[in-house]
Write a protein that binds this ligand. Structure first.
Ligand SMILES: [Zn+2]
Ligand SMILES: [Zn+2]
Length: 541
C-alpha cells in the first residue's frame, strides 16, 4: 500500500507530474524517494526470494478466469475488462513476481477518451452504445506484461558482396568483393506481449512503445492502475527476438554509403547471427487503456497506447443503422433517377444490375480476406509457440487462434462516404455517358453469369467457412434475383410493371447480400469470449 506520509490517504500515480499524489492534502512524492523512505525500515528481514515478489491484490473474474492485479486494497471492480461481464471480481492477496521494468502511463484518461472518440466518430455504422459517454467512461488503465529483449552484435564479420551487373555484348559483368570488418551494434527493447490471451494482432495495432522511457519497476507506478501477469514463458520469443535483431543489424550494414551499390551474399544474416550475444528477456510492463464491449457471446475491445496515444478499436456494425441509412439514401436516389433524369425502367434495371455485380464482388472479396486471415493464423507465430512449450500454453494459444481482426476492405464499407461515392459515380456514368448499347446488351448476361458463378462458388466453400458464416444465404438470394432480373432484361417485356418488379426483387437481393456482408464483418470485428487458464506462471501462493 502506498499511503500519504502527511495524512495517511491512498496515493495515486499522477500522469501529468509523473509523481505520487495525495488527493486529500495535495502532497506529492517522487517515486524513488518514496520507495527509499518506505523500504528503509524493514529491508533487513528480506531474503532475495522476498525481494523477487511483492504483495498484490489479485482480482479474478468468476466468468472467464481473467485476472488483474492492483495495489489498492479498497478497489472494488464491478466488471471484467477481458470478457466484459458486469460482475464483482473476486479478490485475494498474493505474492506476485516483480517485473524488471515499467513504462509509466503518460497519456491521461481524458486524452485517451478523446482519441477513442476520434477513432470511432468517423465510423457511421458503429452501434451507438460504442459512442455512449457512460460506456467510454469505463476505460481502465492496465499495465500489460511484455518480454523485452536486448541483443548485441560484436565481432569480426567475413562475408562476400557483388556489384550491380554491367552488360558488355552478350556478357554480364560483376565485381566480386570480399568484405571483412568489425561489427559493433546493439538493440534494446525488442518487445513481445507476454499475455497469450491478449491477441498479438491487437497489441501490434497500438505499437510501437518507446522503450527508452522504461523505468526500473516500482509498485508505486501501479497506484490507481491495474496490471496483468505474464503467462507466456520468456524463451518463446527469444529466437524471434534474435532474428529481428540480426535483420536490424543487417539493414544498418547495408545502409552504409560505401555499400550502397552492392548486393551482399545471401548468408549475411546467418553470419551476423554468429556474432550475436543475447540477454535473457526482461519482464516489462507497458501501459494500455482498455475498454470492453460485450454483446451476447462476442466481445469487442478498444485499446489506447498509454504512452503514445495510438488507438485501435474493434468496430462491429449495426444492421439497424445500415437499414435506416439505406432507406434514407433511397429517397434522393429515387428523385435523381425519376425526376431529374426521367430514366426508362429498362435503363434503371441495367443500373441496378450493375450495383448488384458490385455487391457480389465486395462480398467475395470479404470472404477471401476471412479465409486468408484464418489460414495465416494457422501456420505462423502460434505454430512456434506450440512447438517449444508445455501443453497448457498450447491450449491457450489454440483458443487465441480463433481471433480475427476486421479486413481493411470491409472496414471501408462501414464508412458512409464510400457508399455515397459508389452511388454517385454510377448515377453520373449512367446519366451523362449513358449506358451504351454494347454495355446495355451485355449487362443482363453479365448479371446472370455473376449469379450462377456466385451460387457455385458459395456451395464450393468448405464446411468450416459455411458453418462460420450462416449468412451465406444472403448471397444466394442475390444470385437468384440476379438471374431472374437478367432473364427479364433479355426478354425485354413491353409492360413497364414487369421491369419494375424485376428491379424491386433485385433491390431486395442487394440488401440481403449487404446484410450478409455486415454479419460476416461483425464476426471479423469481434472476438470470442476469452477463457483463461492460469496454472503455474509468475505467482507465489
Ligand atoms: Zn495526504
Ligand atoms: Zn471475465
Amino acid at each position: 500500500m502506498y499511503l500519504c506520509l502527511g495524512c495517511g490517504s491512498n496515493l495515486r500515480f499522477d500522469i501529468a507530474t509523473q509523481r505520487l499524489k495525495c488527493d486529500s492534502c495535495e502532497n506529492s512524492y517522487d517515486v524513488r524517494e518514496y520507495d527509499e523512505i518506505k523500504y528503509k525500515e524493514d529491508t533487513s528481514m528480506e531474503t532475495p526470494e522476498d525481494k523477487a515478489f511483492y504483495d498484490s491484490v489479485v482480482l479474478s473474474c468468476p466468468h472467464c478466469g481473467g485476472e488483474v492485479i492492483t495495489n489498492d486494497e479498497n478497489t472494488v471492480a464491478s466488471y471484467c475488462s477481458y470478457c466484459g461481464a458486469s460482475v464483482v471480481l473476486e479478490r485475494r492477496m498474493q505474492g506476485v513476481k516483480k517485473p524488471q521494468k515499467i513504462i509509466p502511463f503518460a497519456v491521461s484518461k481524458e486524452q485517451c477518451r478523446k482519441n477513442y472518440k476520434d477513432f470511432v466518430g468517423k465510423a457511421f455504422f458503429v452501434p451507438k452504445e460504442l459512442k455512449n459517454d457512460k460506456y467510454i467512461e469505463q476505460f481502465r488503465g492496465i499495465y500489460m506484461p511484455y518480454w523485452t529483449y536486448e541483443a548485441a552484435h560484436e565481432g569480426e564479420l567475413h562475408t562476400k558482396a557483388e556489384s550491380k551487373p554491367e552488360r558488355h555484348g552478350d556478357y554480364l559483368y560483376y565485381d566480386c568483393y570480399k568484405v571483412d570488418g568489425t561489427v559493433r551494434d546493439k538493440q534494446k527493447g525488442i518487445s513481445f506481449d507476454a499475455e497469450a490471451t491478449y491477441d498479438d494482432e491487437l497489441s501490434k495495432a497500438i505499437e510501437p512503445y518507446d522503450y527508452r522511457k522504461a523505468q526500473e519497476f516500482s509498485p508505486a507506478y501501479m497506484c490507481g492502475f491495474f496490471g496483468d501477469l505474464p503467462n507466456v514463458p520468456e524463451k518463446i520469443y527469444s529466437k524471434e527476438a534474435g532474428d529481428i535483431s540480426d535483420s536490424i543489424t543487417k539493414q544498418r550494414i547495408e545502409k552504409i554509403s560505401e555499400f550502397k551499390d552492392m548486393d551482399f551474399d545471401k548468408g549475411l544474416q546467418d553470419d551476423i547471427s554468429k556474432i550475436r550475444k543475447m540477454e535473457k528477456g526482461e519482464s516489462t510492463l507497458f501501459p494500455v487503456w482498455f475498454l470492453t464491449y460485450r454483446k451476447n457471446d462476442r466481445v469487442a475491445y478498444a485499446i489506447v497506447n498509454g504512452q503514445t496515444g495510438a488507438t485501435y478499436a474493434d468496430m462491429p456494425a449495426s444492421i439497424k443503422k445500415y437499414i435506416i441509412f439505406s432507406l434514407i439514401l433511397a429517397i434522393p436516389i429515387y428523385f435523381i433517377l425519376e425526376v431529374a433524369i426521367t430514366m426508362l425502367p429498362t435503363t434503371l434495371l441495367k443500373l441496378v444490375e450493375l450495383v448488384a455485380i458490385v455487391a457480389v464482388i465486395l462480398y467475395f472479396c470479404n470472404v477471401r480476406k476471412v479465409k486468408k486471415r484464418e489460414s495465416h493464423e494457422g501456420d505462423k507465430g502460434y505454430a512456434t509457440l506450440k512447438a517449444d512449450t508445455k501443453t497448457e500454453i498450447n491450449k491457450i494459444s489454440k483458443e487465441e487462434g480463433n481471433n480475427v481482426k476486421k479486413s481493411k476492405l470491409s472496414s471501408l464499407l462501414l464508412k458512409l462516404d464510400i457508399w455515397v461515392v459508389v452511388f454517385v459515380i454510377l448515377i453520373v456514368v449512367v446519366s451523362f455517358a449513358g449506358i451504351t448499347n454494347f454495355i446495355g446488351n451485355i449487362m443482363p448476361f453479365a448479371g446472370i453469369l455473376t449469379g450462377i458463378v456466385s451460387i457455385i462458388s458459395n456451395f464450393k466453400e468448405d464446411e468450416n467457412v459455411k458453418r462460420a458464416y450462416i449468412s451465406s444465404v444472403g448471397i444466394v438470394i442475390l444470385a437468384i434475383t440476379m438471374i431472374i432480373s437478367g432473364v427479364v432484361d433479355v426478354i425485354k417485356p413491353i409492360q413497364d410493371w414487369i421491369n419494375y418488379i424485376a428491379i424491386a426483387i433485385l433491390l431486395i437481393g442487394i440488401v440481403s447480400c449487404n446484410m450478409a456482408i455486415i454479419r460476416k464483418y461483425n464476426v471479423l470485428a469481434t472476438r470470442p469470449l476469452p477463457q483463461f487458464d492460469r496454472k503455474g506462471g509468475e505467482q507465489k501462493g
